[in-house]
Design a protein around this ligand. Structure first.
Ligand code: NAD
Ligand code: ZN
Length: 389
């Protein structure tokens, strides 16, 4: 079968690999029909994720058709059309029983050493051996462990293109908004207008936000203005000075700033991996300007939600402001997909959410290696591709 593999820093290739087999009795072998490239995959491309190995198959958002399964899978049959959760949960542990599947205790192998890097969450498809070494879905087939838990059937009126994003981006954005407590009348500022930030904007309005302001740069904001006309925008590249974004937001929102800040960038992600290593070796760097912008922009008793993936220690953020001004500083975690996906599927069916708004390009799996570089360079405004297999 064809699959997209990581071959080294900034190098990915489509190669022929053996088709996966059922190993455990709750495994499902999925024939992939749709997948995508996520902003998080770029961290892998750049080689900034530890324990990534040459030949690892990437891809954590995918859907497909049940092709084979072990005898322990009772709720699916060959031919079922399904979407996979990006996290691999067992369905029956301390966390899974509360539907907090992103922390599944069985597929999570956190150790003290992992905690230095931020601590590992549940196993994840296509995201290095740090998250369990599970092969990803940018391929023709993949093995889904605990397939009875990690696959959701798609009804006939939800095509692959719409159902696919329940894997990650739709659930992640919903988690960001509800976990940070966005409510009726809130003014919300969102850092990062990528697919995650964009879905968050829709979800803020669904939850009653009165205004949504997105901070990013022009090529992204032009897309936002076109597709999300109710959103106000701030181009951070046009502002000068480290506190300029904070001042601009205060000026836009009655001199006091927004009620809620959502961090959907983690622009310093690769730096923060390095920073953790530097810290372990006694060196320190400053890597937290976006976090400070979030903290300092919101009103007193405002809420800050962090969905952009940070790793390990990030010093020099304004803990004094968090304490004195009563800021709720909330790590949203990796989204517990299983907690939300039934409800979000119904919202897609009702037309309340339209994931198609994010898609800018459609490609075939054979062209995925080229797509990675195009995606990395944001050529042709590429932000979310639908990969047909
Ligand atoms: P993306 O790369 O498409 O978008 C990030 C945007 O941030 C870009 O448009 C970029 O221009 C903008 N940006 C960079 N510096 C900025 C700054 N200083 N101020 C404001 N904006 C700035 O990424 P995405 O796919 O939308 O994902 C966003 C983040 O969410 C990534 O870090 C990704 O790893 C993370 N993520 C988290 C989860 C989770 O479960 N917590 C799941 C998926 C993705
Ligand atoms: Zn579990």
């Amino acid at each position: 079968m064809k699959a997209l593999v990581w071959m080294g820093k900034n190098t990915v290739e489509v190669v022929d690999c053996p088709k996966p087999k059922v190993i455990e009795d709750r495994d499902v072998i999925l024939k992939i029909t749709g997948s995508t490239v996520c902003g998080s995959d770029l961290h892998l491309l750049h080689g900034s994720v530890v324990e990534l190995q040459k030949g690892d198959i990437l891809g954590h958002e995918f859907c497909g058709i049940v092709d084979e399964m072990g005898s322990g899978v009772k709720n699916l049959k060959k031919g079922d059309r399904v979407v996979a959760s990006f996290q691999i949960a067992c369905g029956d542990c301390l966390y899974c029983n509360k539907k907090l599947s992103s922390q599944c205790a069985r597929t999570n192998a956190s150790s003290v050493e992992n905690a230095m890097y931020g601590g590992r969450t549940a196993g994840m498809f296509g995201y290095s051996h740090f998250t369990g070494g599970f092969a990803g879905g940018q391929a023709e087939y993949t093995r889904v462990p605990f397939g009875d838990v990690n696959l959701l059937k798609l009804p006939d009126d939800v095509p692959d293109e719409k159902g696919l994003y329940l894997s990650d981006v739709v659930c992640t954005s919903w988690n960001c908004v509800v976990d940070t407590g966005v409510k009726e009348g809130d003014v919300v500022a969102i850092w990062g207008a990528g697919p995650i930030g964009q879905m968050c904007a829709d979800f803020c309005f669904i939850n009653g936000a009165s205004r949504v302001i997105m901070i990013d740069q022009n090529w992204r904001l032009d897309y936002v203005k076109q597709k999300y006309p109710a959103v106000e925008t701030v181009d951070f590249t046009a502002l000068k000075g480290t506190k300029a974004v904070v001042s601009k937001l205060k000026e836009m929102v009655d001199g006091h700033g927004p009620d809620v800040a959502l961090e959907c960038v983690a622009g310093e992600y690769p730096k923060s991996w390095l920073h953790t290593v530097e810290l372990m070796t006694g060196l320190e760097t400053d890597t937290s300007e976006i976090l400070n912008e979030c903290i300092e922009s919101v009103k007193n008793y405002g809420r800050v939600g962090i969905t952009g993936v940070y790793v390990g220690y990030t010093n020099h953020f304004n803990i004094g402001s968090v304490m004195e001004r009563g800021i709720r500083f909330i790590g949203n975690g990796q989204a517990p997909v299983h907690l939300y996906w039934d409800d979000l599927l119904k919202r897609i069916q009702k037309g309340e959410i339209d994931p198609l708004k994010m898609i800018t390009h459609r490609v075939r799996v054979e062209d995925l290696d080229k797509v990675y570089h195009k995606f990395d360079n944001k050529e042709d405004g590429m932000q979310k591709v639908y990969v047909q297999t």
